[in-house]
Each structure stands twice: as structure tokens, then as C-alpha cells.
Design a protein around this ligand. Structure first.
Ligand SMILES: [Zn+2]
Length: 268
């Protein structure tokens, strides 16, 4: 799935301002958190951002980029402003679309997931003729995450934890709408390592390695740091099957060396 992720405004365009905050900063932070969470937790997602820093980019440049890249979804992140009294969350799709359109179905899902996390008054799902919704060739969604000129909304925007939660809501919506595959233990495998001694003095580890080699057992000393302390851990083989590891363990133990099997998860 190819996501075009668009933090609104930027550079010479601050977007809405209020309570000492600028929309361009708040939405960039939320978008970067969305990217980070998606990348860390899901597979099969490619993300392109309209901006990753405080730079200017026109609306046409944004939709042109998404269209020529062939994005599957255009996600635009904004904050609102009105008269200081209005507050809450709302989101938009283009006003030419029916409630049965794919874009509207995605909006239903995104909306439900985002409002679970954002602690904002729910102003509802809406439609509008915004440039990024109209000129994008793929389903497009624009979220207005609170009113920056409203004191309580702005107080939330100032909090890292709130911005993280807002990002989480968007990520959960995307995961549900696009059936994203979560990174899981399916992608890790267990390695069974034979550990034949751990030493704080390297020479002692080298001596153990030499001894094992003299008995026909390949080994090396692996330097590891545990709680700030350096250890030289002698590893005498690593196996993907536990049975093979147990056979080899007996061979190591037959030389008179204390050894055990260490199971480790590695990403494959
Ligand atoms: Zn905006």
C-alpha cells in the first residue's frame, strides 16, 4: 500500500495560528509520528510525505506528486481555526462523492478510529471541495485535528502524548481500512546458540576458544555489554533447530566445559 502523507502548510505558510502555536508545526509532528508508527508496526506500506521539515510546497505540487507516484491513499493532516469559541475534530472527503463510495467507506473507518483517541469533541464526518481532495486521483481524506485558536484544544496540541495518540488513531484507521499486515513473530526466527562460558577478561575467553578448537569444536568470543559491563561470551555454534543444538551441546559438554543453550529471536 502506498500512502501519500501530507502535513498541511509549511515554510512561508504557517497555516492557522493561535495560543502561541502554528498549525504547520503541530501537523508536521503528528505526520512524522504517523510515519514512525506505521513503519515500526506494519509491513507492506510505502510512505511518501509532502514534507518532512518546515518547507513550502504548493497544493498542486502535493497532488501532482501523489498522482505521479501512484499513491493508494492521500492523507492530509490539518488543524482548524475559527473564532476562538469553536472546538473539536472533523474530517473531510470531496463533496462530489457519495456515501457509498470507497473514499466514504475509508472515511467511516478513519473517523471511528481517530475519535477513539483524540479526546476532542466530535464535529462529524464532512465533505468539502478542498484542492487536495479534488485533485488527487486516489481516495483522499483530510483531518482537522482540533482548533488551534481554542484554548482547551490548543492545550492538548501542546502535549506530546496527545500528538502521539492522534497519530495512533490515524494509524489504526489506516491499518483497518487497508488491512495492513502487522509485523509479528511470523517474521522472527529462533536461533539456538551454544554458550560455552562468559568472561570479563578477554584472554580467558580466547583461552576457552583455543581449548574448544583443540577438541575439534569451532568457537569464537562475542563481545557483549550487559548492564554496562563488558563480557566476552564464548559461542560454540548456532542452530536453527533445537535438536541439532542439543546434540552439539552434548559434544561441547563432553570436553568438560560448562555450556548451555541460549535461545534468541532474530528478525528474518
Ligand atoms: Zn490547514
Amino acid at each position: 500500500m502506498k500512502l501519500y502523507l501530507d502535513p498541511g502548510h509549511g515554510g512561508t505558510d504557517p497555516g492557522a495560528t493561535g495560543n502561541g502555536l502554528r498549525e504547520k508545526d503541530v501537523v508536521l509532528d503528528i505526520a512524522l509520528r504517523i510515519r514512525e508508527q506505521l513503519t515500526a508496526n506494519y509491513e507492506d506500506i510505502q510512505i511518501r510525505m509532502s514534507r518532512t521539515n518546515d518547507s513550502s510546497k504548493s497544493l498542486s505540487q502535493r497532488t501532482d506528486e501523489a498522482n505521479s507516484w501512484g499513491a493508494d491513499y492521500f492523507l492530509s493532516i490539518h488543524c482548524n481555526a475559527f473564532n476562538g469559541a469553536a472546538d473539536g475534530y472533523e474530517d473531510f472527503i470531496h463533496n462530489s462523492l457519495s456515501d457509498q463510495s470507497q473514499t466514504a467507506i475509508y472515511q467511516d473507518i478513519m473517523h471511528q478510529e481517530i475519535i477513539k483517541f483524540n479526546q476532542l469533541r466530535n464535529r462529524g464526518q464532512k465533505k468539502a471541495n478542498f484542492h487536495v481532495l479534488r485533485e488527487s486521483a486516489m481516495p483522499a481524506f483530510l483531518s482537522e485535528n482540533g482548533f488551534i485558536d481554542h484554548q482547551e484544544d490548543a492545550e492538548l496540541m501542546e502535549q506530546d502524548t496527545w500528538r502521539q495518540s492522534v497519530a495512533q488513531g490515524h494509524v489504526n484507521g489506516l491499518a483497518k481500512a487497508f488491512n495492513l499486515k502487522q509485523r509479528s513473530d511470523d517474521n522472527t526466527e529462533t536461533i539456538f546458540k551454544i554458550i560455552a562460558g562468559s568472561f570479563q577478561v578477554k584472554a580467558n575467553a580466547d583461552e576457552r576458544v583455543a581449548f574448544l578448537k583443540s577438541k575439534g569444536i569451532d568457537a569464537f568470543a562475542d563481545r557483549i555489554v550487559i548492564s554496562g559491563v563488558t563480557w566476552y561470551r564464548v559461542q560454540a555454534g548456532a542452530f536453527s533447530s533445537k535438536g541439532a543444538a542439543e546434540n552439539h551441546l552434548r559434544k561441547v559438554q563432553n570436553t568438560g566445559v560448562d555450556a548451555f543453550i541460549l535461545e534468541e529471536q532474530v528478525r528474518s
